[in-house]
Design a protein around this ligand. Structure first.
Ligand SMILES: Cc1cc2nc3c(=O)[nH]c(=O)nc-3n(C[C@H](O)[C@H](O)[C@H](O)COP(=O)(O)O)c2cc1C
Length: 404
């Protein structure tokens, strides 16, 4: 049967920015703000991109172009690309069963997928659908220790190979769009209700079947009458542990037998403390600019942290990754891989697993092309010498003087 509307031709989407533009057209504006927005004046959101732009790439010429090897070991397991999908909450507002769609895209590309504590589908649902997915689980620390222990046990039973504890959201960042868009908790302003009516496609895809979905991992802890989106949000609002500290992290270390990763580290002293605690990896991240506005771009944080702890703990980076060359820059500064937040969310919003898969394909092609153009044949060869920091004339001049 001929479809009336065929949707965007994904093969004609050539960059993450183009996918973002398509995604914006698919959802009401308040959903777009939830997906793309940052905290306060969005200084950190902007810094994430500016920092990538401030590093230039060295290139060596007359290096024969063989297809570069881009597989990588992430947290002890092979990944076909040096990246994983980051944990993002409430994906069901973007596309039906978006958690599973993202997981499918990751699975097809052979990269890990991270399920958020506040996802719409549960650990069990994702694992049942994809038995051999490399699944990571992100934890928001909970006040109620029985809930937290149960989540950890469920993650183990679902064979999550890594636990990412998010440490940069003990209080929620100041996202003014969120307060503007809802007159009462989760009750849309009149303007936004009208905006919803302008998006019948979104109503049909997301709202029509059953309204906004419950947070699947939390559903078992909610009274039957509150097993819905509103009940989930109230629960997580009350449960998130604002008193999380290093001692509590040490207790989680004792409880979790697999790889333990601290997500949201920006300061070298915290990175050193995590090494002392025996953690397996860090995600250098400012939560995509959604938490502390004024925090440095994550690539700058990596540049400070890498030399202090490099080799003692695995480093991953997220926040602002939109190009294959961004991945190259992160690896050159000591990361083994990056996490993708909005990039794959744009794709899933446009066309579920196909859209997210197209984003992974674009980044994979860009990464390979970038390495070939640089004359760098393998990821292992990337180091600080492949980068020129635009902002530091001393750096550039020093290295040119050395080369002379
Ligand atoms: C819509 C959205 C929801 C998010 N939800 C979570 C979450 O539930 N848990 C978490 O640790 N981080 C969450 N994050 C942060 C991401 O894991 C990641 O750090 C960030 O998106 C990286 O920046 P990028 O979007 O520029 O790639 C969220 C980010 C976005 C954009």
């Amino acid at each position: 049967m001929r479809r009336f509307y065929r949707g965007p031709d994904l093969a004609r989407v050539h960059s993450v920015a183009e996918m973002a533009a398509q995604a914006q057209r698919k959802v009401p504006y308040f959903v777009w703000e939830y997906l793309s927005g940052g905290a306060e004046d969005e200084l950190t959101l902007a810094a994430n991109r500016q920092v990538f732009a401030s590093y230039q790439l060295e290139s060596r010429t007359l290096v024969p172009c063989h297809p570069p090897r881009v597989a990588q070991t992430l947290l002890g397991q092979r990944a076909e690309l040096p990246l994983a999908i980051a944990p993002t909450g409430f994906n069901g507002m973007l596309y039906p069963q978006a958690d599973l769609e993202l997981a499918r895209a990751a699975h097809r590309q052979g990269v890990p997928f991270t399920l958020s504590t506040v996802s719409n589908l549960s650990l069990e649902q994702v694992r049942d659908a994809l038995p051999d997915l490399n699944l990571w689980f992100q934890l928001y620390a909970m006040h109620d220790q029985s809930v937290q222990s149960d989540l950890l046990q469920r993650a183990q039973r679902a064979q999550a190979s890594a636990l990412l504890l998010t440490s940069d959201a003990l209080v929620l960042g100041n996202r003014e769009w969120d307060r503007r868009n809802f007159v009462r908790p989760r009750q849309l302003s009149l303007r936004n209700k009208l905006e919803v009516l302008r998006h019948p496609g979104w109503i049909g895809r997301v709202m029509w079947p059953s309204g906004l979905p419950v947070m699947g991992n939390l559903a078992p802890y909610l009274p039957q009458s509150e097993r819905n989106a509103l009940g989930s949000m109230k629960f997580i609002g009350e449960q998130m542990d604002a008193l999380l500290d290093w001692d509590k992290l040490a207790r989680i270390r004792d409880q979790w037998p697999g790889k333990l990763v601290l997500k949201g580290v920006l300061h070298p002293a915290d990175a050193e403390r995590a090494v002392a605690l025996g953690l397996d990896a860090l995600v250098i991240s400012n939560h995509g600019g959604r938490q502390l506005d004024g925090a440095p771009g994550s690539l700058d944080a990596l540049a400070r942290i890498g030399p202090r702890v490099g080799g003692k703990i695995e480093l991953l980076l997220d926040s602002g990754v939109r190009r294959g060359s961004d991945i190259v820059k992160a690896l050159a500064l000591g990361a083994t891989g990056v996490l993708l937040g909005r990039a794959t969310l744009y794709g899933v919003t446009v066309e579920g697993a196909e859209g997210a898969g197209r984003v992974l394909e674009i980044l994979s092609e860009e990464l390979r092309r970038c390495l070939n153009l640089m004359g760098c044949t393998q990821l292992d060869a990337l180091d600080r010498d492949w980068l020129i920091d635009n902002r530091s004339r001393a750096d550039t001049e020093g290295r040119w003087a050395f080369a002379d």
